[in-house]
Design a protein around this ligand. Structure first.
Ligand SMILES: [Zn+2]
Length: 232
């Protein structure tokens, strides 16, 4: 096999390997991050905090209502228990009881409002938990796809590495050194295929005798345009 054919084959393997490694790194990044789940978890934490606050308010309003109810009950006991005979005292007690009842009505409204707010916070939390469950299910399917792709890409890299090792055994060390130097300098492509007398990469035409030498493949011929090794 010609020296340049070996280098061209090496380049094909290297380009396949480069693409597989680039994709592998994107797959690894996608496996590491699942924004939908993180967002759903944050929404649950926020909904749990809102529910705890709604519970706290409801407990406070309920305790306030119970205190007032007990107070009203005690006043009514005094009022109707006959302990007070003086009409002025009875009138004062009646006013006080009426005032307490008005406050009780206000607090009862507040209890009702707190109950509604609590129900609403509970519904928000239920929805957030459902969103997390959906995200986890979707995420699990996507995760499985990515793991499968990672396995396939790793297999490609292993296969390429094995073929590359065999190929390197047939390439002269000095040619390999030229190839690696050009590969680094020329965006991964050290070898260009000739299309007639034109470089397949940059389009520069080379003299007939150079094209013949490139076709023989016994010496390395370089493109005068892009500097790559030419394979005829
Ligand atoms: Zn060229």
């Amino acid at each position: 096999m010609s020296r340049t054919r070996l280098l061209l084959d090496l380049q094909k393997l290297d380009l396949t390997r480069d693409a597989a490694l680039a994709r592998l790194s994107r797959v690894a990044a996608a496996l590491a991050a699942s924004p939908a789940i993180a967002e759903a978890e944050a929404a649950i934490r926020s909904a749990e905090a809102a529910l705890a606050e709604a519970d706290r308010i409801l407990r406070a309003r309920t305790a306030e209502r119970e205190d007032l109810q007990a107070h009203v009950h005690a006043e009514e006991q005094k009022l109707y228990g006959g302990a007070f005979k003086n009409p002025r005292e009875v009138q004062n007690l009646q006013r006080e009881t009426d005032s307490l009842k008005r406050r009780l009505a206000t607090v009862e409204d507040a209890v009702l409002e707190a109950m509604l707010a609590r129900d609403e916070a509970d519904a928000v939390l239920t929805q957030a938990r459902q969103t997390l469950a959906d995200a986890a299910r979707d995420g699990a399917a996507r995760h499985a796809e990515l793991v499968d792709e990672r396995g396939k890409l790793s297999a490609v890299v292993r296969k390429v590495d094995a073929r590359r090792a065999v190929l390197l055994g047939a390439i002269q060390p000095s040619d390999h050194a030229v190839y690696e130097r050009l590969r680094r300098a020329k965006a991964g492509r050290a070898v260009a295929e000739l299309d007639g007398r034109a470089c397949g990469t940059c389009g520069m035409e080379i003299p007939v005798e150079e094209a013949h030498r490139a076709a023989e493949g016994t010496a390395l011929v370089y493109c005068s345009g892009c500097g790559r090794v030419l394979h005829g």
